[in-house]
Design a protein around this ligand. Sequence first.
Ligand code: GNR
Ligand code: NI
Length: 172
Amino acid sequence: MTVKSILTEPNKLLRRVSKSVEKVDKEEQSLMDDMLETMYAANGIGLAAIQIGVPKRIIVMDLSRDKEKKEPRYFVNPVIQNKNSEKATYEEGCLSVPNQFAEIDRPSSCDVQYLDYYGKKQTLHAEGLLATCIQHEMDHLEGILFIDHLSKLKKSMIIKKLSKLKSNQIVI
Ligand code: GNR
Ligand code: NI
């Protein structure tokens, strides 16, 4: 397992639409292992493959707060159904939009169909933070970031800040 570097906005790759996985093979499992390791190292609760530059429809997640009891979840080719018309608001952050946070409204619950780590079909009813996180990650698969849900002004302020930070970064 390897900790990969996480792409940050602005980066065109983050805007790519990810491709469906035909078969969950060793290559995909190894990618999921790396994604999980990368997510834990960055203290995130979710990660989409495109965030480490791989445009495949794969998401990993772990909402457990306890570092001793890991609860990794793997979603391949996830599809969301039955979005609740009721909305829930969470303060969201994103590893690809470092140090920026904003309240975002999303359907408060939904069902998800996906393939697991072994390529087995699964369905899940998601509520609360799980529902929010899955929808945030699904957005990544479509090239959408949480800041795209904000007003033009708020979004451009955040992108400006991140661009400035990037131009100050020295690459070794
Ligand atoms: O670590 C993360 N926390 C988070 C908090 C609220 C809503 C969504 C998230 S996902 C984010 C990790 C990330 O960027 N996943 O794509
Ligand atoms: Ni994110």
